[in-house]
Design a protein around this ligand. Structure first.
Ligand SMILES: [Zn+2]
Length: 404
């Protein structure tokens, strides 16, 4: 069973935008109120309330006077917020692998409404080929409870089984993400090639076949303007009308940056997963790398400035996101993503096999001290990564036939 999410931009009317913003506000209210209750239970050493208890609270709120406004927005996304909070709390208390304690949601950030698990077809309907009275084609539309029919721009096909639907606001407009599920029996990838990819600083990704993907510079370019806007914010009276206006401007900046980055990563991952059946990447723990430099800013070491720059590039380029995108896109088309040990991939010679730190005289050049082989460092590393990936799968059925 494979899952895939498709995202479309909604063509909302001002009235619908108002309803969506209100529905998202209600979801945020339910989350924050439930979290406050759970926190006070914890502070009094009483453990936490179960999802069922919280769902009963929600019913009381919706039927009561003080929070009756909640009943004017759809109930399922509000229940989903409680379920999601319940899971987040359990994960935070999971001793073997504790996750971060859930936080209060701020207005305007990550506004979203989720219609969970196999929505009732009576509740959520999708009309892909609507026509007007004269038989002309209209934009496809989706029916959302309490919001109504909303048109959207469709760029690829939707399957039959809708798993869940999320409507969210990003960069000033609303989009709908529809997660679909379909049975796929061993899809066969149209390509038979394997490729290694080195995630560098100068380039987003260098492939072992020589293809280069340039870095996402949008963040850096916008960062300068963002810093300027943030400075302006600091000079305004907190919570004044001007301050709020400036704050909203900054939020839009952040959303634009995130959106540009995501679009670029989608383009890159789609191109690679179409052209190659097997993609090999290094198993880098990006979160650890970025965490380490932040922790040492208080006590700066000799390379801290340089390290901070490197980490910024890593975050700029969203490597974790790229990996996740490649993973599901390859799986969807019958290919696979392999992750290999990153040790010494930039210092190994692919010709004679010798590993030596001296093999890399500069950031750009690889020069083997033993056999004289010379290449661009990133390309060289990509070839080593590919070789490592193919080696790790040698003898495994179905993989041996892929050529470099
Ligand atoms: Zn060599």
């Amino acid at each position: 069973m494979l899952r895939k999410a498709v995202r479309y931009r909604l063509e909302t009317t001002p009235e619908q935008e108002h309803l969506l913003a209100r529905a998202a506000g209600c979801v945020r209210f339910v989350w924050n109120r439930a979290l406050a209750i759970q926190k006070s239970y914890l502070e009094h050493g009483c453990g936490i309330l179960s999802y069922v208890d919280m769902a009963n609270c929600l019913t009381t709120w919706r039927n009561g006077e003080s929070f009756g406004f909640l009943s004017e927005s759809p109930v399922h996304p509000q229940q989903w917020a409680l379920k999601y909070l319940d899971r987040a709390l359990q994960e935070a208390f999971d001793k073997s692998n504790p996750k971060r304690f859930p936080a209060f949601k701020k207005k305007g950030l990550h506004d979203s409404i989720r219609y969970p698990g196999y929505p009732d077809p009576e509740q959520i309907k999708i009309d892909l080929k609507p026509q007007d009275a004269d038989g002309r084609r209209l934009l496809p539309k989706i029916f959302l409870p309490r919001i109504g029919w909303v048109k959207f721009r469709k760029s690829c096909t939707i399957g039959r089984e809708i798993r869940n639907v999320t409507v969210s606001r990003s960069g000033g407009h609303w989009t709908v993400a529809i997660q679909i599920e379909k049975e796929v029996l061993d899809p066969v990838h149209p390509s038979t090639t394997a490729v290694g990819g080195d995630r560098g600083v100068a380039n987003l990704l260098t492939l072992s076949d020589g293809t280069l993907f340039l870095p996402v510079t949008a963040y850096r370019d916008l960062q300068k303007r963002l810093t300027r806007e943030q400075r302006k914010l600091a000079h305004k009276v907190k919570f004044s009308a001007n301050w709020k206006k400036q704050k909203a401007k900054i939020t839009r900046f952040h959303q634009r940056i995130a959106e540009i980055r995501k679009n670029v990563l989608h383009q890159v991952s789609t191109a690679i997963s179409k052209n190659h059946a097997v993609v090999v990447l290094e198993n880098l723990k990006v979160r650890n790398m970025t965490g380490a430099a932040r922790g040492t800013v208080e006590q700066p070491g000799p390379n801290i400035r340089q390290k901070a720059g490197l980490n910024k590039s890593i975050l700029d380029q969203g490597w974790g996101m790229l990996k996740a995108m490649l993973e599901y896109k390859l799986r969807w088309s019958g290919g696979m993503l392999l992750l290999v040990d990153p040790a010494y991939t930039s210092q190994s010679c692919p010709v004679c096999g010798v590993v030596d730190a001296g093999n890399r005289p500069s950031q750009e050049v690889f020069h083997c001290l033993h056999c004289g082989h010379e290449a661009h460092t990133d390309l060289n590393a990509a070839r080593n990564i590919l070789a490592r990936g193919l080696q790790s799968t040698a003898g495994r059925a179905g993989v041996a036939c892929f050529a470099a």
